[in-house]
Design a protein around this ligand. Structure first.
Ligand code: PLP
Length: 293
């Protein structure tokens, strides 16, 4: 991809020599990561994806905080957030300013036995999400198979950390496509609403925006946090709740929120039409697109 950009930081060189401390720009077409990297061999690491608008990465503080939170859950060395910030800004400002883009941060446990984590950031132009943001998406509900209190009963399952082990999330998206839908919404094994495969669920009830509580082992969404801020500025109220699956039925509107696609209204749920509030969706996406830093 001609617009791809790569910056590598804190990575042992391929020849095993010591780690550079600051990032270096590199050609994404060149090899950077060894076959022994635990991120590649075990999915042992964490990541973040930030939206980029006008060459500026969005919700930087929220993403860096979540990177640190995920790293702590995996007991990875504490990431140097100043170095990550510098790196992601350097990547974002090298993307075309007239296109929407994204920057992906990857932080792994590093080559097996080295004790040195690997970190890199890549950037690229984003796909066009206009249709998802306006017409909406078809979503199917899928069982994640874990109880809603999994973080208390089995914290080693790392629910709520943004780990590199996204094979399950990708399998859920393939299952959604098999069912003629665009995306998947997870529910807990005991019937509580969780999150999308790569997004946060937002429900509207009158003048109230609601999202499932992060106590349920789901990611704290940076896009949802900013959507809440902009809704409160409009005079709406917001809350985090533990919601049974039936809460979908009486919601006035449903959205899946994520950093690059932003707010995608749910147009069908398990094949049934849902109301799409076009005016509210347009305001929400305009507010999300207007964010800088
Ligand atoms: N939940 C999951 C499982 C995700 O993978 C993502 C984003 O990738 C989100 C929620 C939404 O997070 P954000 O709005 O910060 O992109």
């Amino acid at each position: 991809m001609s617009t791809a950009v790569l910056a590598v930081l804190n990575s042992p060189a391929l020849d095993g020599t010591a780690a550079p401390t600051a990032f270096r720009l590199a050609d994404p077409a060149d090899p950077q990561v060894t076959v022994h990297d635990l991120g590649a061999t075990r999915g042992d690491g964490v990541f973040e994806t930030l939206g980029v608008v006008g060459g500026r990465a969005q919700a930087v503080d929220g993403h860096l905080a979540r990177l640190a939170r995920s790293a702590a859950m995996l007991e990875l060395p504490e990431p140097d957030l100043d170095a990550w910030r510098e790196t992601l800004i350097a990547v974002a400002e090298r993307l075309p300013a007239d296109r929407e883009g994204f920057v992906k941060l990857v932080y792994t446990r590093g080559p097996e036995g080295s004790g040195i984590p690997t970190g890199w950031a890549t950037g690229a132009v984003a796909p066009d999400h206009t249709e998802a943001r306006t017409r909406g998406i078809g979503v199917v509900v899928l069982d994640r198979g874990l109880p809603h209190d999994v973080t208390a009963t089995a914290p080693w399952l790392l629910q709520g950390a943004k780990t590199l082990s996204y094979a399950l999330n990708m399998a859920a998206l393939r299952e959604a496509r098999r069912r003629d839908a665009d995306d998947a919404l997870f529910v807990s094994g005991d019937g509580f609403l969780l999150e999308g495969a790569t997004s946060t669920l937002l429900l509207k009830r009158g003048d109230r925006l609601v999202t499932p509580s992060t106590s349920l082992g789901i990611l704290p969404g940076t896009t949802q946090a900013d959507a809440f801020r902009s809704a409160r500025a409009e005079g709406m109220t917001t809350s985090y709740e533990v919601l049974p699956r039936t809460a979908l039925d009486d919601a006035d509107g449903l959205w899946l929120l994520s950093s690059v696609r932003l707010a995608a209204p749910i147009r069908t749920l398990d094949g049934t039409d849902r109301p799409v509030d076009e005016a509210f969706t347009a305001r929400l996406n305009a507010a999300l697109l207007a964010r800088r830093d």
